[in-house]
Design a protein around this ligand. Sequence first.
Ligand code: SAH
Ligand code: SF4
Ligand code: F3S
Length: 439
Amino acid sequence: MSTEKTFYLETFGCQMNAHDSEKVIGTLQQEGYRQVETELEAGLILYNTCSIRDKAEQKVFNRLNDYKKLHKAGKRFGVLGCVAQQEGEKIFDRAPYVSLVSGSASYRKLPEMLSRLESGESRITGLDDRQTDETFETEFTARQNPFRGYITIIEGCDKFCSYCVVPYTRGKERSRGSSSVLAEARRIADQGYTEIQLLGQNVNSYRDPEGKSSFAELLDAVGRIDGIRRVRFTTSHPRDFTRDIVQAIDANPALCDHVHLPVQSGSSRVLKMMAREYTRDWYLERISWIKAAKRPISLSTDIIVGFPGETAEDFIETMDLLQEVQYDCVFGFKYSARPNTPALTMIDSIPEGEKGSRLQVLLDRQREIQRTNYSKQIGQSLEVMVENQNPARGQIAGRSSQNKPVNFTNPQPIAPAPGSYVKVKITGAFPNSLVGEAV
Ligand code: SAH
Ligand code: SF4
Ligand code: F3S
């Protein structure tokens, strides 16, 4: 019998989770584990989970259920991430074949938890009570994207929006020292990365524990590292969105022309019930700073429809805001009641069907806005970072600084390599992508 240690890891949820998985994979490899492609091949099966909306969580339990018979064949199961932190030891009751349950705030203890697992323990937990100040930093990150390097600069959340699980699943807000962030950025630039994306649930709530740099200064410093051509950051919270972020983008060409600024609702009344701690006007003031920039900064957002008590008038205010801001991309969600959250006790009076039709109205309107926005770029020359090629169709795909997908043809005999930067003349537009030709 083989004694090789193998693992399978599947990731659900946001970019923070995806990047945590890169660090978890690196840590497991360091502990002598080899990653395999399927549950069937693995000795240890891990799910890095999300619980932001109801379906996200259900997916994980369905997956655990699908594979539970593998437990009889001696395989071990672990649940990581937000469902793990949220449900805690209850997971052992619902899925008794699970041996490890750990939230993201406990990943520093992974090596120790793994050795307990190897010695046969079956109910290992890494659960945090919003106490930890630790951040998960490792030099063993197994980066899955060859061009875009992710770096977490702030973990957790202290905002407690009334609908959201994140403050309960990711622990309290804690930032990483700027020297450590810059050291990691330099290290991956030396490895050949030209694009860096700084991550945090509220990335711009960053507070340097070393007291050296503000968020805007950190952005600028990352953009000044030799070899770094693009810096992105997500997600920004309107509350902490300061003018110096726009000034930094204007001053430093390496900072990308894109800000993702979730609004959630266009109605101040709903924003208040959501405990977002800003009003429609406050939000629009930040948008006006961004629009006044010298650079053409693209805007995207998240919106929740059907929050408890959202009236038809409130929803119209959200539609008006959409019209006013003219986003390039909107992630729209139907409100989903979540465990532990204050909104759970509000009367969720809007029928699912009504939530669905509000979402559809919103997305249809947004599609038209994007059709107009994207077509305005026809005739421009944009710098595109090549991501992949489809030789069959002679098409090359990449992204502009504004994060718009660009599909282009290349008249030169040699196709540009993935990871390289190409000037592309835009000749056509769809609501979600641009087309063009390399110049
Ligand atoms: N920290 C970021 C967002 C993190 S969660 C911010 O505050 O903007 C990502 C998105 O999921 C949120 O912006 C919100 O639009 C959506 N979301 C969070 N909780 C939700 C819920 N209970 N129901 C529906 N959508 C939700
Ligand atoms: Fe959730 Fe609000 Fe924190 Fe964003 S700021 S993660 S929506 S609690
Ligand atoms: Fe989901 Fe947790 Fe991210 S709930 S969206 S994986 S922070």
